[in-house]
Design a protein around this ligand. Structure first.
Ligand SMILES: Cc1cc2nc3c(=O)[nH]c(=O)nc-3n(C[C@H](O)[C@H](O)[C@H](O)COP(=O)(O)O)c2cc1C
Length: 341
């Protein structure tokens, strides 16, 4: 099987990707969070930095574009191509109100004729430039019944891979994905397919395979791979456990990476807090410490709580940060005792 890492805006940044790829790996392709081009500025400096090949060494990365204007797409795609990328992904899934109101992301699915004209333009451009364009789509805007007509449109183009997240826009990321629509795509798509949605565990993956026979060979996971970073190792049969040592390395590498590029402290902590909203599922019983960690405004407070939580998983007493947090606890106790006497 092939496993792709789904893009999550603000989370799967180049800092996260590098750390994940170095420590865990076993992911066949990473998709970068969307670039939202405007007429005057196809790619912002923050977006350029995120996909800059020098910041993604050894990573099989596919940049993604979110737009409903073919001229904006081609301008951004030219810049991305010039950076050395040969595949670009089109986002037809973003459910955000602002994005959909502009007719982009999942909002584009509401207007199939405009979508068809847009695809005509960008695939003509892609053929001339020798570029591959893959598509990441939902199954409709208001109603999954929109999907067969959308699939017919995609079938008219050489979509290098059609990644289907079988939900409609209004449910955002909630509820069960409508797998039966993915099965419909398996029967009717002319283009290679990738399944995306709610693969959090190996049994989610085996359930998907049993509902579809063995005909799914590529899946994309986002929240599952973030919540349990060992998921790729597990899905590919390298391990059955969540490895605490690797998790600590992942945490420390991301934390250091953000400390090097962000300031003040609180901006780094916002990034870490967002990750902990996913990681907390690994730490049953540590809700109180996680709550404290989420409130931390300084590195010291963050570290104290983070390593208390992490060491609960590992009990790895020789980790330097653990020692630091233990000695801080002891000092706190000593201070309290001396205040009392
Ligand atoms: C916070 C957040 C940010 C996301 N950003 C993007 C994005 O930039 N581009 C995109 O195609 N999908 C984005 N998605 C959707 C994910 O790529 C993925 O399709 C979705 O989470 C369902 O897959 P999962 O259940 O494996 O997470 C985002 C989802 C979340 C929750």
């Amino acid at each position: 099987m092939k496993l792709y890492f789904a893009p999550l805006e603000g989370i799967t940044t180049y800092i996260f990707r590098n750390a994940f790829n170095r420590i865990y790996g076993h992911v066949d392709k990473y998709f970068a969070p969307f670039i939202f081009p405007s007429e005057n500025s196809p790619i912002s400096s923050r977006e350029q930095k995120d996909i800059n090949p020098d910041n993604n060494t050894g990573i099989n990365l596919v940049p993604q574009i979110l737009t409903c204007r073919s001229n904006c797409f081609t301008k951004a795609a030219n810049e991305i191509h010039a950076m050395g990328y040969n595949e670009i992904n089109l986002n037809l899934g973003c459910p955000s109100g602002t994005v959909c109101a502009k007719g982009a992301g999942a909002g584009f699915l509401k207007d199939p004729s405009a979508l068809q004209r847009f695809l005509d333009d960008i695939y003509t451009f892609a053929a001339a430039e020798n570029l591959k364009i893959s598509v990441k789509t939902r199954i409709g805007f208001d109603d999954p019944g929109e999907f067969p007509a959308l699939l017919e449109i995609f079938n008219a183009f050489p979509v290098s891979e059609l990644i289907v997240h079988p939900r409609i826009r209004s449910v955002f990321y909630k509820g069960e994905p409508r797998k039966e629509y993915f099965l419909y795509a398996l029967e009717h798509s002319n283009n290679p397919l990738v399944y995306n949605g709610n693969i959090f565990t190996c049994s989610d993956y085996s359930d998907l395979l049993s509902s579809a026979g063995s005909s799914i060979d590529t899946i994309m996971s986002g929240r599952g791979l973030i919540s349990d970073p060992s998921l790729a190792d597990k899905l590919k049969g390298y391990t059955t456990d969540t490895d605490p040592t690797k998790f600590i390395r992942l945490h420390d590498t991301i934390y250091q990476g953000y400390r090097e590029i962000l300031s003040p402290d609180i901006n780094v902590l916002y990034k870490m807090r967002e990750l902990w909203t996913y990681w907390q599922t690994l730490f049953d019983g540590k809700e109180r410490e996680i709550k404290q960690l989420m409130k931390a405004k300084k590195y010291e407070d963050y570290e104290e709580n983070a390593y208390r939580i992490i060491n609960f998983m590992n009990r790895q007493k020789d980790h330097p940060a653990y020692e630091k947090s233990v000695s801080r606890c002891l000092n706190d106790i000593k201070e309290k005792v001396s205040e009392m006497i």
